[in-house]
Design a protein around this ligand. Structure first.
Ligand code: UT7
Length: 333
């Protein structure tokens, strides 16, 4: 009998734009203050992609090139690019195709995956299945979002949260016992009413009226989302550990979606992981939606050792949520 193919993350890439939108600058734009933002969310600044004609693919492409360079591969070797995003360059074609074109991934197919803040976990789970099937050898999962394109900078309840960025991982067949070990993914459409973009889809096509009513921006009922997120993200991470007979003590790093530091703390507490084992960069980048988890991996890559147990956890619009267990497959280069 043929042995099961194990998919592993074999390289990480990232990109954040240069411009820093600090809490101090936001104080001049809306009725808010640094203290409130820091204590209620943990965010101190976020990166914003500036420039006419710049879009999500302009962050996704450098993240993919970064990963190819580190792994020493030509983009032409990539079989598939999955772009997880809620801010596609255009409704179609898929941003994954535009990224493939920009990086010279001429032999791959690509598609976009929409699961909001949980997108990266849904993408990694999909890419893992492609590798495990034996059909593909190099699958890139890129989480990229230009949230500044859909943020209303006169709404103090959302504009303080979000930032722009992209992170990417390469999935390849790896050594048995290392790689993406397990995932639990969940979604519940009844939560859609609490976090969505009202217009621009087939339900409410763009019109002068939808623009005037600011219906192309993020609509979020923050408190309601918070209530579900704080329980959902913690519970699913706990369920994943239980299912794999692990406790917090077995885990080297919690890699959480960076939506609110209070949600991250609750998840870490629930699964018994101390703060020094939690990847946290919300203070620098805010909530970059699909990019938060790969951007953490990008920043921490040099600290990760072969055999480390990592737990990814996310909660977001949809609602969507999930958790993924990874046994890290390589030592720092
Ligand atoms: O990643 C996708 C999933 N999204 C999330 O996970 C986000 C979940 N939600 C949250 O993180 C939080 O609900 C927010 C950060 C959005 C809001 O924090 P909160 O602690 O839930 O605040 P709140 O909405 O209960 O508002 C508390 C007070 C209100 O004033 P009153 O009514 O008590 O006088 C707000 O008007 O804070 C006020 N407020 C602000 N004050 C200063 C709301 N936004 C701001 C602000 N600056 N930016």
């Amino acid at each position: 009998m043929q042995e099961k193919i194990q998919a592993a993350i074999t390289a990480v890439g990232g990109y954040v734009p240069e411009y820093r939108l600090t809490n101090k600058i936001l104080e001049t734009m809306v009725d808010t203050n640094d203290e409130w933002i820091k204590t209620r969310t943990g965010v101190e600044e976020r990166r914003i992609l500036k420039g006419e004609g710049k879009a999500t693919s302009d962050m996704g492409a450098p993240a993919v090139l970064d990963l190819c360079k580190k792994r020493g591969i030509d983009p032409a070797e990539i079989d598939c690019i999955i772009c997880c995003t809620v801010t596609a360059d255009m409704l179609f074609p898929a941003t994954a195709n535009l990224i493939a074109h920009k990086v010279g991934a001429v032999n791959c197919f690509g598609f976009d995956l929409g699961a909001a803040c949980s997108g990266f976990l849904f993408g990694v789970t999909t890419g893992t299945a492609f590798i495990e099937s034996g059909r593909y050898k190099k699958v890139v999962v890129v989480g990229a979002d230009k949230m500044s394109a859909i943020v209303d900078y006169s709404d103090r309840t959302t504009c303080i949260l979000f930032g722009d960025g992209a992170g990417a991982v390469l999935l390849e067949p790896g050594e048995p016992g290392f790689g993406v070990m397990d995932s639990i993914l969940k979604s519940d459409g009844s939560g859609g009413k609490f976090l969505h973009q009202k217009a621009g889809g087939s339900l409410k096509p763009s019109s002068m009226e939808t623009v005037a009513a600011k219906e192309h921006y993020i609509y979020q009922e923050g408190q309601a989302v918070f209530k579900f997120a704080v329980v959902g993200m913690a519970d699913v991470a706990y369920e994943l550990l239980q299912r794999n007979n692990l406790t917090g003590e077995d885990i080297s790093w919690l890699v959480p979606h960076q939506a609110n530091k209070r949600i991250i703390d609750a998840t870490a507490n629930r699964i018994g992981i101390p703060s020094q084992k939690v990847m946290l960069n919300i203070q620098k980048f805010g909530n970059t939606t699909s990019a938060t988890i790969p951007l953490c991996l990008w920043e921490w890559e040099n600290k990760l050792k072969k055999g480390d147990n990592l737990v990814f956890a996310a909660f977001g619009g949809g609602f969507t949520w999930g958790s993924t267990l990874v046994k890290w497959a390589y030592d720092p280069k």
